[in-house]
Every structure is written in structure tokens, then in C-alpha cells.
Ligand binder design. Sequence first.
Ligand SMILES: NC(=O)C1=CN([C@@H]2O[C@H](COP(=O)(O)OP(=O)(O)OC[C@H]3O[C@@H](n4cnc5c(N)ncnc54)[C@H](O)[C@@H]3O)[C@@H](O)[C@H]2O)C=CC1
Ligand SMILES: O=C(O)C(=O)CO
Length: 311
Amino acid sequence: MKIAFLDTKTLGDVPNLEKLQDFGEVQYYSTTLPSETLSRVQDRDIVITNKVVLDKATLEKCPHLKLICVAATGMNNIDLSAAQDLKIQVKNAVDYSTSSVAQLTFAILLQLINNVTYFDNYVKSGAYSQSDIFTHLGPSYEELGGKQFGVIGFGTIGRQVARIAAAFGARVVYYSTSGKNNNPDYQRLELNEFLATCDIISIHAPLTYQTRNLIAYPELQNMKPSALLLNVGRGGIIEEADLARALNENLIAGAGLDVFSAEPVKPDNPLLHLNNPAKVVLTPHIAWASREARLLLMNKVIQNIQVFLET
Ligand SMILES: NC(=O)C1=CN([C@@H]2O[C@H](COP(=O)(O)OP(=O)(O)OC[C@H]3O[C@@H](n4cnc5c(N)ncnc54)[C@H](O)[C@@H]3O)[C@@H](O)[C@H]2O)C=CC1
Ligand SMILES: O=C(O)C(=O)CO
């Protein structure tokens, strides 16, 4: 088997990369530019990619390609319908980063609510030492308990986030396009009611033609002025210019984003130029990347290739 791994740098220093050599001749590329993709995949039987885009035009020129292993859960960088037409199997890494993503979701949310960096700075700057009382009633904060916590994308990650939110005492609801209440533990709401009643909305859906720009200005107008919006799914699910406008107009209180429509985020992204930058907490698509998750991810990639070769 001829194998190419197009963007090994995205995984960092995982120790089990060389295990791929058990399956054949492997070309490892640290990164791959769009202009380099075709020449690197054209003669390959198996291609591994984390975020390199494999579009229809490229796939059509790869007569040997039998398997694309996505070294991630989200597969929006692959033209899945072209792959299906061309009988190329596509396998993603399921459930490798659920704990890691859920953990970062709450790290972002708690920073938005509790503003730990403000209080940390208050102590380290010496301001606390000058205080005449034992505490500092700076920016006030509310409790997650009793709040309505809404999840969009009620799958593996969304459900783990729901469990943690419930442990904080939040009332969890979810929005699903399936039209069925397929989780008796939590209430499913229609989108309008969901948007209008949630205090926190956390997005964990894949990017598809259905979810692209799911949250734009009209949806943001429908949310509570006190609401917080989190996106740890994919950037394209929120119309970013509309979110920036909504934050500047105080339509919602804040947002926490791990993902952007273009990554790395473009310097002119309006979310980097808000009137009040403190209204957002932004992280560089890092939710998946705990040490444990990155190890598990490579094991899942290896397992996917094994299963493919055995069937
Ligand atoms: N920020 C990060 O580092 C990471 C982000 N992700 C993103 O999270 C996504 C979800 O991951 P998992 O929970 O493991 O996948 P999953 O497939 O278990 O769950 C996705 C859920 O979204 C639902 N969904 C699909 N279309 C929808 C729509 N139009 N409206 C509402 N719900 C919809 C599905 O029914 C499913 O329940 C991935 O596709 C990926 O884009 C995943 C891992 C890491
Ligand atoms: O696994 C995913 O979908 C991620 O976003 C991390 O690459």
C-alpha cells in the first residue's frame, strides 16, 4: 500500500506515527499547501489528512485512492459525496477527543462567566494587597446552576457537555434537526424557542450544508441580551460578521469560540476587532488537543486502516 499523511505537524509529537509503516510505504508531510495536494495524493492508495482539503477535482484525479482517513472527527474538509461516487471510503476518528472538547468548552464558558484572568491579575498586580477588605467585589458573576443550557449538535460531544452542564445544576435542552425527541433525558426545543429561552448556547454540530451559517443576525436577534454563545464545533456554523455586529450592538452578552470560518483566523476577522474585546474568549482550535486525545487519535487512525485492510 502506498500511503501519504498530508499534515503530520497538526498532531504534534505523537509517538505512534511510525506504526503506519506496518501497512506499507508511507510519505509523511509536515504540512501540505493546496497547490501541493494533488501531486502528493495522485498515486496513493490511502491518504491521511487532518485538515488538508480533498475536493472533487482532486479526488477525480486519484485513480488508486481507496481510503481517506481523516485524523479528526469533523470531515468537512472532504467532499464526501464525490468520494462516495468514486467509491473511495472515508473514515473519521470517532470519540477520540470527547473529554478534551467538553473540558475546553467549560474552560471558555467559565472564563466568560467568572473572569478568572481579571481576578488573577488583580492579585498578581498587587492591587489585592492594598485592599482594606478580604475580598474584591469586581465584575459580578452569576451561577451556571439554574440557567438554561442549550446544545446544538446533540451527539457524542454534545451529550458529554450536557452531562457536565447538568452537574453544574443547569437545565439542559437541545436543538436537533432530526425532528424527533431522541433523548428522553433532556428536552428538545424548536429553534425559535431554543434561541429565545437559552441562557447559554453551545454548538457541537458538524459543518454541513444544513448547519452552515445556522446562527446569523436573525437568530442572534432572537437570543436573550444576557445570553452567551459558544462554538466548539466548526466556525462556518456561525456567520462571524453577524456575531461581531450582535456583540457590538449588545444583542447578546458574550461569545466563546474555539473555531473560525478560516483557520488560522484572518487578522481582519471582525471578531478580533470588537468595540469591547472582553466580550469574547477566543482559542485557536485547541479543544481536541489534550495529550490523551492526540494519542487516542493516532490509535483510531491506525485501527481504521487495519479494519479497512481486513475487510
Ligand atoms: N474544536 C475541536 O477541537 C473539535 C471539534 N469537533 C467538532 O464537533 C463535531 C461533533 O463531534 P461529535 O459530537 O463527536 O460528532 P457526532 O456525529 O457524534 O455528533 C454530531 C451531532 O450533531 C447533530 N447534527 C447534525 N446536523 C445538525 C443540525 N443541522 N442541527 C443540529 N444538530 C445537528 C447530529 O445529529 C449529531 O447528533 C465534529 O463534527 C467537529 O466538527 C470535534 C472534535 C474536536
Ligand atoms: O477532530 C476534529 O474534528 C477537530 O476539529 C480537531 O482536528
